[in-house]
Each structure stands twice: as C-alpha cells, then as structure tokens.
Design a protein around this ligand. Sequence first.
Ligand SMILES: [Zn+2]
Length: 265
Amino acid sequence: MNWVVGLIKDFFPCGEMLRFRCNVCGRPARAPLSKITREQPTCRCGSSVRLRALVHVLSLGLFGVSRALPDFDRRPDIVGVDMSGAATYAGRLAEKIGYTNTFLHKSPHLDITAPDPTWLGKCDFVISSDVLEHVAPPVSPAFRNMMLLLKPGGVLVFTVPYAKTGNTVEHFPALHDFHLETHDRERILVNVTAQGERQEFDHLVFHGGEGETLEMRVFSETAVLKELQQAGFEDIRIHKEPCLEFGIFWPQDWSLPISARRPKD
Ligand SMILES: [Zn+2]
C-alpha cells in the first residue's frame, strides 16, 4: 500500500475500513482496505473496483463528470455496446442509456474480430473489459474494430490485465485450427498451424471458468497503448486516479482502466 492508503486514513478515521457509496447500485458500502482489490466484490451488489471504475470512466467519458449510475440522466439516445459485460451493472446501465450487452456465443451477438457491419460507426461508447486477452491472435484487428464501432468522437472504456513492463506474451502465436482436449483431467490445446504443424500446449490458464475464457496472451502496458494508437485512437488515458467517494483506488500501477476516443474526423 502507499500514499493512497495514507490519504484514506486521513479521510476515514475508522482505520482500515473504507466507507463509500457504490456507484453501480448507489447504496452505501464499507469494506476493509485489504479487500478492496480489482476483482473482489466489495458491495452487496457484487461490484468490484474494476466494475465501479468502468462506470466511473464511462461517466467521465460521456458526461465529463463521475456520477453514480443511479444518478445518470435517462438518455436512451446515447448508444453503445459492451462485450460480455457484468450483470452487476449491465441491467442498470440499460435502464439509463442505449446500452446493449453483446456476446460471442448468444444473442445479441458481436464478434469483435469480425463485427457485423451494421454496428460500425453507430456507437457513442464501447465497453470492453477483460475480453481482449481471450481473443485469438492476431489481436490488432480487434483494437481496430473497437475504433470502427464508434462514431467520430465516441469513447472506448477498456480494461485488460497487463504487466507494467516488457512486451506482450502471446501464448499461442501460430494459432490457426485449434481445439481443446482433456488428457488425464488436464485441458490441452491442440493446434494445427497454417503450415500444417501440429502443436500441443498444456498448463493453460482460464479466467473465470473454462472454455471460451482461455487466456491467449498477457499484455504489457506499452503494447496496449501502442495497439490503441495504431488502431487510430486518440486522447488515450490510463485512469490511475482514485475516486474514494465511489470506492475506487488502485494500489498497483498495472491493469488499470483506460479510456480512448475515435478522432472527430
Ligand atoms: Zn453496489
């Protein structure tokens, strides 16, 4: 922990407990500082720092201020898509703005590697949280497609797990014709490369279950920023700032939320 914790202790004399208003459900919440991590649910609604940060960054991007989701004006004219967004906030967002949660394997369907052309240029916002580490390589077209979904001036609200230093580590760079098998209760990835070479990979990493959540890569911060720039985004910001009022702070300097915009013209 660091200066942020010192700041919190100054603001909250109850010691190691942070009291905040959850900006997803709008209710008061409290949690030990040690539990307020990127993924741990720290409100009765199930919100974690990552989910509260998505609402925070989206609100900043759309309205210029950070509002709790229940305080959003009702604006169905503001339209956008999410990719397998968390149910914790998805229904609540859809009540306020023109939000469509999309999925790879069910309706409404969106494959970010090949989005339906009817989506292109239609979105005021795109949310993609912890999805692009699961997209089969090469990943650059997915970044480009997120940009193409947006209207000029539209905002991307983006997270992936990333390392602070180094380069992106692609686990399966020659992925082509692949499937998963189970050998002695261990999941194996079997791939045949474009050149016809058969490959097998074990020690696979799955996020939040198995199947479609296979980790394809571990990004680095430099690589993420470069992908966004090469895709054509501008105004790329890493949101390290805490928002203690809404229970958002980041003791670490990696895997932070990022916003970026499609240029106006
Ligand atoms: Zn909540």
